[in-house]
Write a protein that binds this ligand. Structure first.
Ligand code: UDX
Length: 433
């Protein structure tokens, strides 16, 4: 089938490449010229394992093309995916929908045939209805149907999550063509037995926001229990393992530590609270404020713990920070807990040296005043404390004896509970979590 993907950021580039992989003929629209030129060469402006290879393969074969022209998009197909960003509004909790609105405003007046537009971006409940009215007002004697088909991909696993999702969700207005078309698009996955939930647009929008809110809540729950464990002298790792064996609870997303960051969970729970407020249901989601608070407290606590291991003051201390991406297998530093901690520690008078296997360039751009080292060992030179804040495999396998040869003191703080505590202690380190 022919289709257009509007917006080739993280979500759109992955979706476009995966749709080509399913055998569809895809035109990707990207309005930022620099990004477009890279993608047209099969290069990806961010780190995602496997994506450059997949893109290059389908661009070379002609199955996937990249353009900046909405007229070309309107001419090319009758099926569209909106995959543009929905960032948090500056100084507010709510989502900024200006890119989603702009995509509809630019595309719909150019359509000369009936079309179905699937939204993939994470949006506040009610957006599909609003866009549907907007599209009908803009359409020139053609029928434009809007439907919502949220995406649940995780960074670092984007291709696997797109091609082999846990479930497909479609929110379609009654009597339309969206379900039939979606079944055709995703036929390979449906044949493989992927559950397909077809519902109304507000429910589909809510599936996405509630899933992210649940994941954030699960992480903050275990981090809240970690606070109690700290106070009681209990072991959060053992508690998480033991409760995780209960199939009703499950061990996934129960890793205590520095908490969640990135371009999705933090902004999505805030936008969800803001939307509930607009709907007069603020009280229903008031617990999410506490989820956010617990999460932010992890960062403050990490700074306090670092001060404590440095003898009560960070002034003049040398701190090594291993990991600046918001999670491993990503170069994304949006709302990175690690960089937030690095910035706070520096403000308290320490000199901070950061190393990350993939996120150095993005980190430098966001925090130009921190020092950066070309390797983990070099970041640790003369350090009073080593903080592991992203659980990259290369940090998990560090040899604590080798690290000890470069540092000034042997203090390690394991912000992601990913190191072998016994091994580090045996090598003479004071190990803290
Ligand atoms: C998330 C959702 O998982 C995904 O379904 C949605 O489409 C987008 O948002 P992503 O932001 O890529 O995906 O990362 P995820 O793997 O969910 O991790 C989010 C954050 O939570 C990271 O900072 C991670 O370090 C943290 N985390 C995760 C924990 O602190 N503890 C855990 O147990 C799990």
């Amino acid at each position: 089938m022919r289709m257009v993907v509007l917006g080739l950021g993280y979500l759109g580039a992955t979706h476009a490449a995966c749709m080509a992989e399913l055998g569809h003929e895809v035109l990707g629209i990207e309005v930022v010229a620099d990004k477009r030129e890279l993608l047209a060469k099969g290069e990806v402006p961010f780190y995602e394992p496997g994506l450059p290879e997949l893109l290059e393969r389908h661009i070379t074969s002609g199955q996937l093309r990249v353009s900046g022209s909405y007229s070309e998009a309107a001419e090319f197909a009758d099926v569209f995916f909106v995959a543009v960003g929905t960032p948090q509004k500056k100084g507010e909790y709510s989502a900024d929908l200006k890119y989603v609105d702009a995509a509809i405003d630019e595309l719909v007046p150019l359509l000369s045939r009936d079309a179905v537009i699937f939204g993939k971006s994470t949006v506040p409940v009610g957006t599909a209805q609003r866009l549907s009215e907007r599209a009908h007002a803009l359409a020139d004697e053609v029928d434009v149907e809007i439907a919502w088909n949220p995406e649940f991909l995780r960074e670092g696993y984007a291709i696997k999550d797109t091609l082999h999702p846990d479930r497909l969700v479609l929110g379609a207005f009654e009597g339309g063509r969206a379900e039939r078309i979606a079944r055709e698009i995703y036929q390979t996955m449906l044949n493989d037995g992927t559950p397909f939930i077809v519902t109304d647009p507000p429910s589909a929008e809510l599936v996405k926001t509630s899933a992210n809110a649940f994941l954030a809540t699960k992480i903050s729950f275990i981090n809240a229990i970690a606070e109690v464990c700290d106070a009681a002298g209990a072991d959060i790792g053992a508690v998480a393992d033991a409760i995780g064996y209960d199939a009703r609870i499950g061990r996934k997303f129960l890793n205590a530590g520095l908490g969640f960051g990135g371009g999705c969970l933090p902004k999505d729970i805030r936008a969800f609270m803001a939307r509930a407020g607009e709907l007069g249901a603020a009280e229903a989601l008031s617990f999410l404020r506490e989820v956010d608070n617990v999460n932010m407290r992890r960062r403050t606590r990490m700074v306090e713990l670092t001060r404590e291991v440095c003898g009560g003051s960070l002034l003049g201390a040398r701190i090594a920070i291993l990991g600046s991406a918001f999670k491993p297998e990503s170069d994304d530093v949006r709302d990175s807990p690690a960089l937030n901690v690095a910035g706070q520690i520096q403000l308290q008078g320490a000199s901070v040296t950061v190393y990350d296997p993939k996120a150095m360039e993005n980190s430098r751009r966001l925090f130009p005043t921190l020092d950066y080292a070309p390797s983990a060992l070099e970041a640790c030179e003369n350090a009073d404390a080593v903080l592991v804040l992203t659980e990259w495999p290369e940090f998990v396998t560090l040899d604590p004896r080798q690290v000890a040869e470069t540092t000034r003191k042997r203090n390690v703080i394991d912000g992601r509970m990913c190191l072998d505590a016994d091994e580090w202690s045996r090598a003479g380190w004071t190990y803290r979590v």
